[in-house]
Design a protein around this ligand. Structure first.
Ligand code: GFP
Length: 836
């Protein structure tokens, strides 16, 4: 505790031209004034937090004009606007990225240094916004950066959670969850817009009034005030600032409390306001109880209803005609959480705008598009029908109508095939299937990597795809090279710029030019130097935070992501145990020294995943304290993995562990970030790993394990027999037994759950089945590493071929194929060349 991941600082040349028009002198003056005006005190006497807040406030002043101009330009040109609805936006710290995108980094750094301050220190003051959890949320944040940088009128719609998911601390090897009080010192990037608040209604009942035309009157509901907070999203040096709108739940106490009635009513009012605010308190409230489920559903509706009301209001204010709505507005649904957008837009169009069902339905379908991020059944949300009806009575009627309408069309296509119709229905067996609703109510459904989309089309959503094949398409994920190279790895960015020029920051496909230099000794030498420098920075952090000394000349091998059985941290652990056993048997074993790095959170109620963290830490204790293996291997679990920590780990990593059971990882995005930073992937043929292999060629990635097809074939045949594998492989048998035989002295029976799941419960994720091939792959990797020029060529090839995994590429595809945005209609011309 106390040590926060640091931040890299770009050096002047890499920061590019200072095109903001602001000089160092002016910056200094403005900054001093800002501190004095905000705190009534001099720069010398305020705290680091005050200095940071003043700096943010100043940067916000600088971006106010482009923000205003952008909005103005959108109004004038009537450009089509995209709204990306997501329950998560894992933004990461914003000071560095905003300065960078504004072209102010160099000036700011210089100005601060002349004032005796260090930008790096002030950037570290910033808390990571607690607005997301994993890949889904980070992807949304990458897309915001790309939309603004490509000149696309695209905005985020999300929730302003009072607390993040949780802050992870490791106590005695266990994960402990603490409140992530990220807003404690305020969040200076957003602007509260109370005048644009809207009301969201829950509960009550619906009266149907029929005098010529049927009317639905919603009565007896509870009202929650949704207050928007706008966060500027700065494009990369194009004068463009989009908006991320975050919604916060508030009670309008002035209307609830009858103050003259005294204290007890005040008390009630405060309690009431707390229940209202609960709606935006935390991400993914525990849904193991009825109340928890209701809260999640309410939270989703809150986001959707508030977001849509504000979009429609804005559209109306700009004299938009509803007929034109789908030509002017695109609404993107990120995973199933915002699927209520579909019935909510219908509600507004039917009940408030008085359109006919046909008109409203056509507008809705043409406006909406949906991305699926997972095939895990537990993540494809369904709601109990009675809960839905109670919380959202009007929406329930609408969903029922959609279901009827849809089932009628199914009946026409498949007369008499009741089984199929009930499998495809939106409401079946008293549950409402949100993914089905999404497919029916959107004109586009996309997966996030080629394999994932194939699985959706041919397996999980096959019947839907047979029924409306044109809807389904693939958009392989991408990550922004601006945050994930320029900002987090400035030394590498500098090397790339020195080698091929600066255009790659906006045209990442130009990274391919590095290929020509990949065998060049001078280039390789620099690359090695950059990696070493990043490893030193990570080692310093690990020493300060965890007291562990890392050998910066060892192979840094990282697996950082949510802890989940399908991501198979356990396979990684078993391999390290086997390596350790080999070293114990033969202390002279000639292996490259390794540092195995883990990071990631386990969901609060996910017991086996939490035990995996304890397993990793138990192994770390054993290995790191065993003098006999002479530091040949080290294991570290880095607490509280978040964006800032990723920015430190990824540039320092040599080997990127992407080892899920094939077919489970929809895409992965960490795999892309590591690749861009020159790490070599050891991975299964899953998600985007397959496309990474296609991009870099098979010599530059190390793949192992069952393919998705093989995994799915095993499932069709009822699984496989782990006992056979266990019996046949002595080294494997030894490590599996070590889970329960006292090898971890203090663990007792703690890891029996792992043992049982591997041997007695069928090893659902094929850990044992893939073990031998994983071990062999590691040996290949070590061989390659020993031949340094070969290894560095592999690293360079990974960087050179990472351009197609830029979110700029992905977003250009979304824009043309899904949102039908024509480049010639974009108000910011710089972006035109980016869009196909
Ligand atoms: C999910 C999927 C990943 C995918 C991301 C973004 O992330 O495979 O890359 O969404 O599409 F699982 P996590 O839930 O793993 O964070």
């Amino acid at each position: 505790p106390g040590v926060k991941p640091g931040t890299a600082v770009l050096d002047a040349a890499q920061a590019g031209p200072a095109d903001s028009g602001i000089t160092v002198e002016q910056f200094k003056q403005d900054y001093r004034n800002k501190v004095e005006r905000m705190y009534g005190d001099g720069l010398e006497r305020v705290s680091d937090l005050d200095k940071y807040n003043a700096l943010v406030s100043l940067v916000r002043d600088y971006l106010a004009e482009p923000w205003l101009n952008t909005k103005e330009k959108y109004r004038r040109t009537g450009a089509k606007q995209v709204y990306y609805f997501s329950i998560e936006f894992l933004l990461g710290r914003l000071l560095g990225s905003n300065l960078y995108n504004l072209g102010l980094n160099e000036v700011c750094q210089q100005a601060l240094s002349e004032l005796g301050l260090d930008l790096r220190t002030l950037r570290q003051v910033e808390e990571d916004p607690g607005l997301g959890n994993g890949g889904l949320g980070r992807l949304a944040a990458c897309y915001l950066d790309s939309m603004a940088s490509l000149g696309l009128p695209g905005h985020g719609m999300g929730m302003r959670y009072r607390y993040g998911l949780f802050e992870q601390r490791i106590v005695d090897g266990y994960q402990r969850e603490y409140a992530d009080d990220w807003l404690m010192d305020g969040f200076y990037w957003d602007v509260r817009k109370p005048a644009e608040a809207v009301e969201v209604r829950f509960g009550g009942n619906v009266r149907i009034k029929s005098n010529g035309k049927t009317q639905y009157i919603h009565e007896g509901y509870e009202t929650v005030l949704a207050v928007p907070y706008d966060v500027p999203v700065v494009g990369y040096r194009n004068g463009m600032v989009n908006t991320l709108r975050l919604w916060s739940a508030e009670a309008r106490l002035s209307e609830v409390v009858c103050a003259p009635q005294g204290g007890s009513d005040c008390q009630k009012a405060v309690e009431y306001s707390q229940t209202v605010e609960e709606l935006s308190n935390i991400l993914y409230p525990d849904d193991s109880t009825y109340e928890g489920k209701a809260l999640r559903l309410k939270q989703q509706y809150f986001l959707v209803s508030a977001g849509l009301q504000s979009i429609i209001r804005n559209y109306r204010e700009n004299n938009g005609h509803l007929r034109e709505f789908p030509h002017k507005i695109a609404i993107h649904i990120n995973d199933t959480h915002p699927v209520l957008c579909i019935p909510e837009l219908l509600r507004i169009l039917l009940d408030e705008e008085q359109l006919t069902w046909e008109e409203a339905w056509n507008i809705t379908v043409q406006t909406m598009s949906y991305t699926n991020h997972t095939i895990l059944p537990e993540a494809l949300e369904t709601w109990p029908e009675d809960l839905f009806r109670t919380v959202l009575p009007r929406l329930y009627l609408i969903v029922r109508d959609i279901n009827e309408y849809y089932c009628r069309s199914l009946w026409e296509a498949y007369p008499g095939d009741w089984d199929r119709i009930s499998r495809m229905a939106i409401i079946s067996y008293n549950r409402i299937h949100m993914a089905h609703l999404a497919i029916v109510g959107c004109h586009s459904v996309n997966g996030v990597a080629e394999l994932h989309t194939d699985i959706l089309k041919n397996k999980i959503m096959k019947e839907f795809c047979d029924f409306s094949p044109a809807k389904f398409n693939n958009k392989t994920n991408g990550v922004t090279q601006r945050r994930w190279v320029s900002l987090c790895n400035p030394a590498l960015a500098q090397l790339i710029t020195d080698t091929i020029g600066p255009r790659w920051v906006e045209h990442p496909q130009e990274l391919a030019q590095l290929e020509r230099h990949s065998a060049d000794t001078a280039f390789q030498h620099h690359l090695l130097k950059v990696k070493l420098q990043n490893k030193v920075a990570l080692a310093k952090y690990v020493k300060e935070k965890h007291g562990i000394t890392l050998d910066v000349n060892s192979i840094f091998d990282s697996q950082v992501k949510r802890i989940h059985a399908y991501k198979r941290q356990t396979l990684n652990v078993l391999h390290i145990m086997a390596l350790y056993n080999r070293l114990k048997e033969n202390p002279l074993l000639d292996i490259e020294p390794h540092t195995f790095i883990f990071g990631g959170k386990a969901a609060v109620n996910y017991h086996i995943a939490k035990n995996t963290i304890k397993l990793i830490n138990s192994l770390a204790d054993l290995v790191n304290n065993d003098k006999s293996i002479r530091d040949k291997i080290k294991v570290v679990f880095l607490e509280n993995y978040n964006v800032s920590l990723a920015e430190l780990i990824i540039p320092a990593t040599d080997v990127s562990e992407q080892i899920p059971t094939a077919s489970y990882e929809a895409s992965g995005t960490g795999n892309m970030k590591f690749m861009m930073n020159g790490a070599v992937t050891i991975g299964t043929l899953d998600g985007a790993n397959i496309e990474i292999k296609q991009a870099v060629g098979e010599d530059n990635i190390i793949v192992f394990g069952l393919t998705a097809e093989e995994v799915l074939a095993y499932y069709r045949g009822g699984g496989y027999n782990p006992w056979e594998v266990y019996q046949d492989n002595e080294r494997l048998r030894q490590v599996v037994d070590q889970l329960i035989n006292g090898f971890f002295p203090a663990a007792g029976d703690l890891f029996r759950g792992h043992f049982d799941s591997l041997l007695h419960q069928g090893d659902h994720f094929f850990v044992l089945k893939d073990f031998a091939s994983y071990e062999a792959a590691h040996q290949v990797l070590d061989e390659r590493y020993k031949d340094r020029p070969v290894w560095l060529k592999m690293c360079s090839a990974n960087i050179a071929h990472s351009g197609r995994f830029s979110s700029d590429r992905t977003f250009a595809e979304y824009a043309t194929d899904i949102w039908h945005i024509r480049p010639d209609t974009l108000p910011f011309s710089a972006s035109e060349k980016q869009i196909r």
